[in-house]
Ligand binder design. Structure first.
Ligand code: ADP
Ligand code: MG
Length: 740
C-alpha cells in the first residue's frame, strides 16, 4: 500500500479536517487506515477550531502555531504552584516571593532625573503590591487593568507601599471578558464556553511569551483542541508504552495544559519528553533504512595501485586508530549502499591522510574524488598538502575555488582531474564531474545541510565522508548524527609532546612575551590570536593591526605577519604561505586561522581576551600548535567575570583531550548553543536535555532502531500511526538530514 518509506507529508492546510488534512505528499493509493484518520486531526489547521478565524490564526502563527497539533504541543514554559504563592497580606520585606493578583492600577510618572517610572499594582484580596519599572513603558501592553498576573522578586517596602522592582511576571489570564482583546471576538466565530475550571486549579501553567495571545485564550483553545482530538489513537505502539510505563497520549496532553497534581503532571511531562526523543530516533532510523534500501551506490573495488603507492610514500606508519577508521571507510565504500560516515578525530589526529586514501580508492576504480573545505585558506592548504603527498603518483589534483578558470573546470568535467580540492565553489551550478565517486566534507559542521547535499548530488549516489575535528560528546552524536556511522580517532600520532595551556592575566604579559621571544630565538614560530570582536570584522581587523604594531616594537628584527578577515583572500593566502614556509616568525591573526592550518614548527600561541571565546573554539585554536615533535605552550589571557567564563577557563586549562572538554562544555553551558546545532539542521528538541537524558536517549534509540529493523517502513498495524507522527514532527527537517 505504501509507496516509499516515511514519505508522507503533513501539508494539509484545509479547513475541512475530515478529508483534506490527511498527509498528501505521497499518499498511499489505498484508503487511509481509520486510526490515522483520527490522528490526522493533529495536522488540521487551527482555523478548524471553533472561534479561530484567519486573523486570529495569523496571531497564532507568530507563535509558530499553525495546526491543532502545534497548539497542543505548545507547552507551558513552567508551572506555578499556587501553594507556593504568598498572599500579599503576609509577605515580608526582603522576602523573595511570588504573588498573584489582579492588576488594579497602572500609572507612570517622571522623576526629577527625567526617568520614567511605571508602577503596576496588584490586588489579591489580602493586600496591594506594586511592580516598579524604570524606563520600560512597554510592560503596559501586557499589564492592563483587570488582568490576572503573577509577580516574582524581592519584596521591598518603600514610599509606604510594598513593591518589587523589575519583577519577573507572567500574565495568567485576561479575565473571561477578554474575547475582544484576544481577537477572537471580531471574527464572530467564538462560541464561548470551554470546560469549567480551565483557568483555575492548583498548578498554573505559564506559557511562553505571547504575541497578542493571552494565556487564558490559549487555554480555551487548547481545551477545544483536546475535544477535537478526543479518542484519537495513541501514536506509540502499545508494547513501547508498556516497556517504558507511559501515560496515554491524550491524557498526557490534557494533563500538561490542565495539571491535576504534581505527580500526574510529572508523568505527563515524561511521556512528552519520551515521545520527543523516541520519535526523533524513529525518524533517524527510517532515514537510515531508506538510504540502505535505495542503494544505488557505488561498489568501489579493493585498494589498488594509487592507494598502495600513497601508503608506501608516507614517511610514517599509520596509527592503530587511523587504520581502523580506514578499514571502516574502505568497507563502506565497497558496498553498494552509499557510505554516510562521520570521521571524528582531534585536531592533528591525522584525518587528512585517511581521507586521501578514500579519494584515491575512488580514482583507483576510475572515479573522481572531491574534498570540500569551509574556507579558501583551507582549500589552498589542502591543495598544497595533498598535491605534495601525491607527487609522483599518476593522479591529477585540481583546485576549485571561486576564481578557477574555465579550462580547469573543463578538465574536472571531463574526468582528467582525479582529485578535486575546493571550497563552496564545488557546489556551484556549472561545476560538473565526469564520475564523482566519493565526497569528503571537511569540518562538516561549518557547512549547512543543503550544501552537503548539493555536493553529493553532483555524482550519482557517491560515498560521503564527513569529517569533524570538533569532538562531540557521545550523547550528542546519537541525536545529531543519529543515522550516520561514526569512526572515532581518539589517539594522536606518537611523538607528539602536546600543549601546555596556561591561563594568565594581563599582569603576566611580560613573562608571556619573554616566552615568545625565547621560542622565536630557537627558530620556532608563534601565533598571536586577537580578541573576538563580535560587532564587526572591521573592528577586529583594527585590533589585529594595533597588536601587530605593538609586537613589532617588542620584537625588532623579527618577521611579523598579519592576517585578518578584511584582507583579500589572495593576500591572506600569501601570508599563510609565508608563515608555512617559515618566513614569518610571529603571526598576528584574528580567529579565521581557527581551522585546519598545519604548521608543525609553530610551538607557541597567545590568545588575547580568551574568555570571549567558546571552549570548542579555543580547543580548535590551541590545536594549531603542538603538531610537531616539540612541546608547545598556549597562553590564554583572560579576565573572566562570570561563573560560566571562569568555568570555561578552568576546563580549557585542565583538559587537553577534546572529548573530555566537550563533555565539560556540555555541563557548563547545556547543549543549547553547543557546536552550532541549529545550523546542522537538527530537528528542534524542545524538552530533551542531552546532558540529562542520555540514558533515556540511548534506551529509546535502541528500541526505535529495533522496531524499524523489524518493520522498515512502519507499515504494519499500529506502526502506521507512529510513522505518521514521525513525519508530522520531523518530516520537514529529516528530509534534509544527511539525505544522500
Ligand atoms: P587533522 O586533519 O586530523 O587535523 P592532519 O591529517 O592534518 O590532521 O595531520 C596532522 C599532522 O600529523 C600532519 O602533519 C600529518 O602529516 C601528520 N600525521 C598524520 N598521521 C600521522 C602518523 N600516523 N604518524 C605521524 N604523523 C602523522
Ligand atoms: Mg559504496
Amino acid at each position: 500500500v505504501i509507496r516509499k518509506g516515511g514519505d508522507w507529508k503533513t501539508t494539509g492546510r484545509s479547513k475541512d479536517n475530515t478529508s483534506q488534512d490527511k498527509p498528501t505528499g505521497a499518499r498511499p493509493s489505498g484508503p487511509v487506515p481509520p486510526p490515522v484518520e483520527k490522528l490526522s486531526r493533529l495536522a488540521a489547521p487551527v482555523t478548524a477550531l471553533p472561534g479561530v478565524g484567519p486573523a486570529y490564526a495569523r496571531r497564532l502563527d507568530q507563535l509558530d502555531i499553525k495546526t491543532v497539533g502545534d497548539l497542543l504541543y505548545h507547552f507551558p514554559r513552567r508551572y506555578l504552584d499556587r501553594s507556593n504563592v504568598t498572599p500579599i497580606g503576609s509577605v515580608k520585606t526582603g522576602q523573595d516571593a511570588t504573588v498573584v493578583g489582579t492588576v488594579c492600577d497602572v500609572e507612570s510618572r517622571r522623576t526629577r532625573s527625567r526617568k520614567n517610572i511605571l508602577v503596576v499594582s496588584l490586588f489579591d484580596g489580602t493586600g496591594y503590591l506594586s511592580g516598579v519599572w524604570f524606563n520600560q513603558e512597554y510592560h503596559r501592553e501586557q499589564l492592563k487593568e483587570g488582568v490576572e498576573t503573577a509577580f516574582s522578586g524581592k519584596v521591598q517596602f518603600q514610599y509606604k507601599r510594598l513593591q518589587i522592582v523589575n519583577p519577573s511576571y507572567d500574565v495568567l489570564g485576561g479575565g473571561e471578558e477578554g474575547e475582544g482583546q484576544d481577537g477572537m471576538g471580531p471574527e464572530g466565530e467564538d462560541q464561548g464556553g470551554g470546560p469549567q475550571g480551565i483557568h483555575t486549579g492548583r498548578i498554573i501553567p505559564l506559557y511562553p511569551g505571547t504575541a497578542g495571545v493571552t494565556s487564558a485564550a490559549l487555554r480555551k483553545l487548547v481545551s477545544r483542541a483536546l475535544d477535537m482530538v478526543g479518542g484519537m489513537a495513541d501514536v506509540l505502539p502499545e508494547e513501547v508504552r508498556r516497556t517504558f510505563g507511559l501515560m496515554p497520549l491524550t491524557e498526557a496532553l490534557r494533563e500538561i495544559h490542565f495539571p491535576g497534581g504534581e505527580e500526574t503532571l510529572g508523568k505527563a511531562r515524561y511521556r512528552a519528553l519520551f515521545d520527543e526523543i523516541f520519535i526523533m530516533q524513529v525518524g533517524l532510523a527510517l532515514r537510515k533504512k531508506r538510504r540502505e534500501r535505495e542503494g544505488g551506490g557505488i561498489s568501489h573495488g579493493p585498494p589498488g595501485e594509487l592507494v598502495g603507492g600513497f601508503r608506501r610514500s608516507l614517511p610514517f606508519e599509520l596509527t592503530v586508530v587511523q587504520e581502523k577508521a580506514w578499514g571502516e571507510i574502505a568497507r563502506d565504500m565497497s558496498l553498494a549502499v552509499p557510505m554516510n560516515r562521520l570521521l571524528q578525530g582531534e585536531v592533528g589526529s591525522g584525518k587528512t591522510v585517511v581521507a586521501v586514501q578514500a579519494l584515491l580508492l575512488a580514482v583507483d576504480g576510475g572515479y573522481q574524488g572531491a574534498i570540500m573545505a569551509p574556507t579558501e585558506i583551507l582549500a589552498h592548504q589542502h591543495y598544497r598538502r595533498i598535491g605534495g603527498m601525491l607527487e609522483g603518483l599518476p593522479v591529477r589534483v585540481g583546485l576549485l575555488t571561486a576564481g578557477t578558470p574555465a579550462d580547469d573546470l573543463r578538465d574536472i568535467a571531463s574526468g582528467d582531474v582525479g582529485v578535486v580540492v575546493g571550497t563552496h565553489a564545488l557546489i556551484q551550478e556549472g561545476v560538473s564531474f565526469d564520475r564523482l565517486g566519493v565526497v569528503v566534507i571537511d569540518e562538516q559542521h561549518r557547512f549547512g545541510l543543503r550544501q552537503r547535499v548539493t555536493l553529493a548530488a553532483k555524482g550519482s549516489a557517491p560515498d560521503v565522508l564527513h569529517m569533524s575535528a570538533t569532538p562531540i560528546p557521545r550523547t550528542l552524536s546519537l541525536t545529531l548524527y543519529g543515522d550516520l556511522d561514526v569512526s572515532v580517532m581518539d589517539e594522536l600520532p606518537a611523538g607528539r609532546k602536546g600543549v601546555v595551556t596556561v591561563v594568565a592575566d594581563k599582569s603576566q604579559r611580560k613573562g608571556a612575551f619573554a616566552m615568545v621571544g625565547e621560542e622565536v630565538r630557537l627558530g620556532r614560530q608563534v601565533f598571536v590570536i586577537c580578541p573576538l570582536v563580535e560587532e564587526s570584522e572591521k573592528l577586529e581587523a583594527r585590533a589585529a593591526e594595533k597588536e601587530a604594531g605593538r609586537l613589532a616594537g617588542e620584537f625588532p628584527g623579527y618577521d611579523i605577519g598579519l592576517v585578518h578577515g578584511q584582507m583579500k583572500s589572495e593576500d591572506k593566502r600569501r601570508v599563510m604561505e609565508r608563515f608555512g614556509a617559515g618566513e614569518i616568525d610571529i603571526l598576528i591573526s584574528t580567529v579565521m586561522v581557527e581551522v585546519g592550518i598545519d604548521v608543525p614548527n609553530a610551538t607557541a600561541m597567545i590568545v588575547e581576551d580568551a574568555d570571549r571565546f567558546g571552549l570548542a573554539q579555543l580547543h580548535q585554536l590551541r590545536g594549531r600548535i603542538g603538531r610537531g615533535s616539540e612541546r608547545a605552550i598556549c597562553v590564554l589571557f583572560a579576565n573572566p567575570t562570570t561563573d560560566e567564563a571562569k568555568a570555561r577557563m578552568e576546563a580549557i586549562q585542565r583538559y587537553d583531550d577534546g572529548f573530555a572538554l566537550a563533555e565539560a562544555d556540555l555541563r557548563i553551558r547545556g547543549e543549547g548553543s553547543l557546536f552550532g546545532i541549529r545550523q546542522s539542521g537538527l530537528p528542534d528538541l524542545k524538552l530533551a536535555r542531552l546532558s540529562r537524558d542520555f540514558k533515556l536517549i540511548r534506551d529509546a534509540r535502541s528500541v526505535a532502531f529495533r522496531l524499524v529493523d523489524r518493520d522498515p517502513v512502519l507499515s504494519e498495524g499500529e506502526n502506521v500511526l507512529l510513522r505518521w507522527e514521525a513525519n508530522r514532527r520531523f518530516g520537514g527537517t529529516l528530509e534534509w538530514l544527511f539525505h544522500g
